[in-house]
Design a protein. Structure first.
Length: 454
C-alpha cells in the first residue's frame, strides 16, 4: 500500500493560515481564527458479486472567523490562492460590521489553550489502500453474508477509507493541528423464506486497518441478523420491559449529549436545563467523556477553539455533574469552557462530545433477559422524535419478543415511547459495552416502557 503524502505539509498549512490572519488583521479584525481542512476518501461498492461503483473524493477548504468589537462573522472558501485570501478577509470584515452585536463572542481564553507537547493519540494510519484492496474486502464481506442459510442476496456491500488533515490558528498565537484516518466496511444482507424477505446489516470501522474485524465475522453477523428476522409479527400494545441492544442503545444518548450542550442550555431549549448537579440516573450509573483514547473515534488533542481537553465524568453515581461547553456558551452561563467546542470550516464553533460512553454494569445481557417474563429486545431503531424542551421521546423499532426469559419470535412495526428523564432514571446498563463510534453504550434495560403495536 502506498504512503499517504498530504498535498500540504504542516508548514504549508501554518503559512497559509498565518497569511489569512494577517489579511484579517489588516482589514480591521480585532481578533480572528482560521481553519484549513484537507480531506480524501476512497469507496468501493459491490452488489451480488459484481463491483458496482468506485469513488474517489478530494477537497481542501478554508474557514475564517473574525471579530470586530462584539460583532462577528464567518466565511469559507475552497480557493486557497493568494488573491482569494485577501478577498476572503475583506468579505468577512464587511459581514461582521453589518451584523448585530454578540455579547458572548470572542476567542477562547488564552490561559485555556493547549500548550506544549500534544498527546499522541495515534489517529492516523499512514498507508492508504488502492481501489482493488477495497473491492476485494467488499466482495469478501458480501460472500460471507451470502453463505448464511436463507440469505439469498445483498442490498449492497461496501468498503472505504478516509483521511483528513485539520489545522487551527488564532490571532492570539495558537497554531496546531492533527491528521486522522478511518477505515470502514460492511454489508446489508437480504434473507428470504416462503416468499417473505427481511433485511439487516453489519459494519465495522476503525482508525487503523489492523483494528478492523474480519470480513468473515462481519458478513456472517449481517446474514445471521437478516435471517433471524424472518417470520416476524406484530406485538400487542402495552407496558413492557425493553432491552435495547448495545448497537442501538447509543441513540438514547444522542439526545442526552444535545441536552447537556452549553448552547442548548443557554438558550433554554434543553429538557435537562434544571438537572445540573441532580440525580438523573440511578445510583451506580456513570457516564464518561474522554478525548484522550488512543485511536478513539472521537479523540482529539484539543477542541475546536484550541482549548486543552481532558476526561470528564459527566455522570457520577447517577448525578449529572457538568454541561458540555464552548467559550461562548460558557460566558453566557457564567462558567468556564469544558473544551467541547466543535469547529467546522464554516460557521462558529458548536459543541460536541469526544468519546462519550456509559460504563458497563455488573449483569450480563443474557442474565437480564433471563429475568424477564414478557418483554421486548430492540435491535433496530428508526425515525426518532424528541421534544427538546420536555424530553418526550418516541422511536420506531424492530427486534424480538422476550418470553419466559428467552428471546423468541421477531417483531416489527412497533413504537416505543416515554419521557427521557423518566427513562434515564430507570435504565440499567448491562456488561457488554462495545466501542463502535463517538457515543457508546452497553445494552440497556428499561422497565415499564410504553410499547405501541397492534
Amino acid at each position: 500500500m502506498p504512503s499517504d503524502d498530504s498535498a500540504l505539509d504542516a508548514r504549508a498549512f501554518e503559512s497559509l493560515l498565518d497569511e489569512l490572519l494577517s489579511h484579517a488583521r489588516a482589514s480591521g479584525a480585532d481578533q480572528a481564527d482560521a481553519v484549513v481542512v484537507e480531506s480524501r476518501a476512497l469507496d468501493a461498492t459491490v452488489r451480488n458479486g459484481e463491483v458496482e461503483d468506485v469513488e474517489r473524493a478530494e477537497s481542501r477548504d478554508l474557514g475564517l472567523r473574525v471579530f470586530v468589537g462584539k460583532k462577528t462573522a464567518s466565511v469559507s472558501s475552497s480557493d486557497l490562492s493568494g488573491d482569494s485570501l485577501t478577498e476572503l478577509a475583506e468579505r468577512a470584515i464587511a459581514m461582521a460590521k453589518a451584523s448585530p452585536d454578540e455579547p458572548y463572542a470572542g476567542l477562547a481564553p488564552e490561559d485555556r489553550l493547549a500548550a506544549g507537547d500534544l498527546p499522541e493519540l495515534d489517529l492516523f494510519d499512514a498507508t492508504t489502500p488502492d481501489p482493488k484492496d477495497l473491492e476485494e474486502r467488499a466482495l469478501a464481506v458480501e460472500a460471507a453474508a451470502r453463505a448464511v442459510p436463507d440469505v439469498t442476496k445483498t442490498d449492497h456491500a461496501w468498503a472505504g477509507w478516509a483521511g483528513s488533515v485539520f489545522r487551527l490558528a488564532t490571532t492570539g498565537g495558537f497554531g496546531s493541528g492533527w491528521r486522522s484516518s478511518s477505515r470502514h466496511f460492511g454489508v446489508a444482507a437480504i434473507a428470504e423464506r416462503d416468499g417473505a424477505m427481511e433485511r439487516d446489516f453489519d459494519a465495522h470501522s476503525a482508525r487503523h486497518l489492523e483494528d478492523l474485524k474480519s470480513v468473515e465475522e462481519v458478513g456472517a453477523e449481517a446474514g445471521r441478523r437478516a435471517a433471524a428476522r424472518l417470520g416476524g409479527a406484530k406485538v400487542k400494545s402495552g407496558k413492557r420491559t425493553v432491552i435495547f441492544e448495545n448497537r442501538v442503545a447509543p441513540a438514547l444518548f444522542n439526545a442526552f449529549a444535545g441536552a447537556i450542550s452549553g448552547p442548548s442550555v443557554a438558550r433554554g431549549v434543553s429538557f435537562l436545563k434544571n438537572h445540573h448537579g441532580q440525580q438523573l440516573f440511578a445510583p451506580g450509573v456513570n457516564i464518561v467523556d474522554d478525548p484522550s483514547l488512543v485511536r478513539g473515534r472521537g479523540s482529539r488533542p484539543f477542541d475546536g477553539e484550541g482549548v486543552s481537553v481532558k476526561r470528564w465524568n459527566v455522570v457520577e453515581d447517577g448525578v449529572l455533574t457538568t454541561w458540555l461547553l464552548n467559550s461562548s456558551s460558557a460566558r453566557q452561563l457564567g462558567l468556564e469552557t469544558t473544551g467541547h467546542a466543535a469547529r467546522s470550516v464554516g460557521g462558529s464553533p458548536g459543541v460536541s462530545p469526544s468519546n462519550l460512553w456509559v460504563q458497563p454494569g455488573a449483569q450480563s445481557r443474557d442474565g437480564m433477559i433471563a429475568d424477564i417474563q414478557s418483554g421486548l429486545f430492540v435491535t433496530e431503531m428508526f425515525g426518532p422524535s424528541l421534544n427538546a424542551n420536555t424530553g418526550d421521546w418516541s422511536v420506531g423499532v424492530s427486534g424480538f419478543l422476550i418470553e419466559g426469559g428467552e428471546i423468541t419470535s421477531p417483531v416489527s412495526e412497533i413504537t416505543v415511547a416515554g419521557n427521557l428523564i423518566d427513562i434515564y432514571g430507570r435504565l440499567q446498563p448491562a456488561d457488554d459495552l462495545d466501542f463502535r463510534g463517538k457515543i457508546n453504550s452497553p445494552s440497556l434495560r428499561v422497565d415499564d416502557l410504553s410499547v405501541a403495536g397492534q
